[in-house]
Design a protein around this ligand. Sequence first.
Ligand code: SF4
Length: 501
Amino acid sequence: MSKTISGASQASYLLSKSKFIAGIQCPKRLYLEVFLPNEENDGKAEENLQILNGYDVGDIACALYPGEMVKLDSGMALAIRKTKQLMADSKIECIHEATFSYQNILVRVDIMQRQGDSWVLSEVKASTEVKDHYYYDVAVQAWVLQGCGVKLASKYLLHVNNKFVYQGNGDYQGLILNVDISDEVDAFMDDIDGMSKEFNEVLKGDMPEVVMGSQCNKPLACKFQDYCQTESIPEFPLTVLPRSTEKKRQELANLGYQDIRDIPDGVLTNTNHQRVWRVSCSGKEEVDVAALIELNHLPWPRYYIDFETISLAVPRWKGVRPYMQIPFQWSCHVHHKDGRMEHVEFLDVSGEDPREPCAKALVELAGEEGVLIAYNAGFEKMVIRGLAEAFPQYHNELLEMNERFFDLLPITRNAYYHPSQKGSWSIKAVLPALVPELSYKDLDGVQNGGDAQLAWMKAVRSDAEVSKMIADQLLAYCELDTMAMVKIMDALLERVKHEKV
Ligand code: SF4
């Protein structure tokens, strides 16, 4: 049955470039982008982070290609008029956010540079490479400009150079790479006219009925997945099968299975899939006690440690590359053999380079004995290696720390599974199964790693009062992360306590 969004005004709308791109991914996404109320239309933290990174890269690109900015403050009509004035002024060589509308589609061009009687169009992206879906992005703009009578000499994609190393003093020459994508974009231009008509029709009708599928994550994860999933989803969908390929899931769906519990015994061949199927059918956890026994032999003290990092498109500190993982926080619960538990933490939201104080605090924390326990320890070790390379004064101690890590994730994955995990061994999935009384949902503001990165971004841009409030949320979140590991360890040890080894 077709649906509309209550209160949706379908009388008038202007299709922005981002909504047009949403329509290419899925007509229902386009409809929801236009008509779903704002509070239900917010992206996830990761998406907001990409937006903030995009703004930073945009600022650098504007500084590298100085020009006149078309502001939106006074509305679209004035922005379009201002664009025409600037283009008519032959002294203006470069325009930022030039604004055009054609056949109900509105575009704002990141950078337009005059070249004789033509213009060079440049789209700025915070990614480190040219992705195929950018061609449509630029093709929509080129199509609108062509419709407005603008002659384009070429189309460029400006993206982040991941080899760039920031040398300080605000010098970002070399951060942005400039790629001519004119031929690729031209190949898509003929499609735009038909799409434009199709999307305008979509927005005149009821919400399109679209079954969720591969389009929901291609080219980007659609933010309406929760919305669409509420319509109907089996309790244990085929996606619960860990690392299953789309081909495999399609084969099972073609056999009529939507919920993994419908699959008969003997059909699944992968042993991990068999385990997930078995546990989902029985509704009871499965524990491989023998695989857990080594937990009894871990040395003391036990340092349960977890990092939060920030990964910026535009590096802020000398010696940093784009998207390098920079640790700004860690939490550590130290469990001593006599049962004492200490909590030590580090957080820097000053906006200054947090790495040196972070490295120093780590060296002071960990001493020379005991085991460092992390969940997916490869990440923590990678961060520590980065600190060791950057700060020779701590190099040896930090690398020695890396030799003392024990990873709680693989042993948990091998030895334990509960139906509520739904195919995941992330700490967020394992914790409610093993320690139901401890929950991230009770935390204020920051509830996952994406939230933490976004919170750091906000904290360093806020006044002292707001920054302190965000810092408190970050501290509570990271402390829970390491307490979660302590409790998971306790719960796993509880299951082997009667074993005699
Ligand atoms: S979740 Fe999938 S089906 Fe729903 S709007 Fe997004 S892309 Fe379309």
